[in-house]
Write a protein that binds this ligand. Structure first.
Ligand code: ATP
Ligand code: MG
Length: 309
């Protein structure tokens, strides 16, 4: 019997609210606005393009609308104005919570989406083996999630997403709950996977250093008015070295992003009073890793997979 399954946010399917983007574009927001039924305007006239094979990071105060924008990109929430378009196929959604099924092994979790999509067992085994190898999990096939560190659980989540060969990853503070070293390592591995597999990514983070280290471009969301107040090109070629974070040139770019982020807190285009969930002060740029400030990721609940064995 086919297992009972409610698609959670990690298996977003393309909804009518998301149009088909032109060739060369993985994701495009055009003049997107979002006002919730209670009247709160979270996004206003936001335009942003993620090219094929592009990684764009998004930073902004807590409550500035980053997760809302990702939900719109995934087709989970239609915008109230403007349009969103994406390339063919479903995007992969990755959240801070890896949402693994605790009773399944690593291989069972990684193969879950392919299994639910009816991929035959032999083909599935190949997809799982490839994804495990890509994420450094070979040898852990038979472990249960409880026997893994937080970083390894996140690898399982990435591996599971990779089995669908997505052209676009939407990542909402994926490494926000991890220690600094694991976070850096996984970020560098994500870039390595991006270079090898060719997927595009929209990556939400509270860390300016992480944004600059991983992305080709960093967008800064206004704390109050829901606008994109800056887009900063990151001038470093890939593959980037682990030590890039300590270079003076890196510090200068990170400072540009940090200053845009600070300015975003005093954005004068606000229609609404101070955002209730915005902190009083932005995170200071500081040395690499200093602005580690995870927020609420709105993770997919394990309930979304209820009934799957
Ligand atoms: N369904 C909803 N109805 C009304 N307001 C909502 C709804 N969903 C989100 N919001 C509000 O929209 C604002 C933006 O939320 P969102 O989760 O997108 O912020 P965020 O930038 O991801 O924050 P964080 O960095 O803390 O994760 C918040 O003030 C939130 O309360
Ligand atoms: Mg969020």
């Amino acid at each position: 019997m086919r297992p009972r399954f409610r698609p959670g946010p990690q298996r977003a399917s393309r909804r009518p609210a998301v149009g088909l983007a032109p060739a060369g574009t993985a994701l495009a927001f055009e003049h997107v606005g979002m006002t919730f039924p209670d009247g709160s305007e979270v996004l206003r006239d936001l335009s942003l393009t993620v090219g094929d094979h592009d990684i764009v990071a998004l930073v902004g105060a807590s409550g500035s609308g980053k997760s809302t924008l990702l939900r719109i990109a995934a087709g989970l929430t239609p915008p109230t104005s403007g349009t969103v378009s994406a390339g063919p196929g479903s995007p992969a959604l990755i959240f801070q919570d890896p949402t693994l099924l605790p009773w399944r092994t690593v291989a069972g979790n990684v193969g879950l989406f392919a299994e639910l999509d009816g991929v035959p067992r032999a083909q599935r085994a190949g997809l799982v083996a490839d994804a495990l190898a890509l994420t450094g999990l070979s040898g852990y096939e038979h472990h249960r999630p409880r026997a893994l560190s937080g970083g390894m659980r996140m690898r399982v989540s990435l591996a599971r997403a990779l089995t669908a060969r997505p052209a676009l990853f939407l990542l909402d503070e994926p490494f926000g709950a991890l220690d600094e070293i694991t976070r850096q390592r996984l970020g560098d591995e994500l870039v390595r996977l991006h270079l090898r597999e060719g997927f595009a990514g929209l990556f939400v983070t509270h860390s300016v250093v992480e944004a600059v280290a991983l992305a080709r471009r960093v967008g800064v969301l206004s704390a109050r008015s829901g606008r994109l107040v800056a887009e900063v090109e990151i001038p470093f070629d890939y593959p980037r070295t682990e030590t890039l974070r300590y270079d003076a040139a890196f510090g200068r770019v990170a400072r540009t992003v940090s200053e845009a982020l600070k300015d975003s807190f005093s954005d004068r285009h606000s229609k609404t009073p101070d955002h209730p969930s915005a902190p009083d002060h932005p995170s200071a740029p500081g040395p690499p890793g200093a602005e580690h400030q995870p927020g609420s990721a709105g993770p997919a609940g394990i309930d979304d997979l209820a009934g799957v064995e």
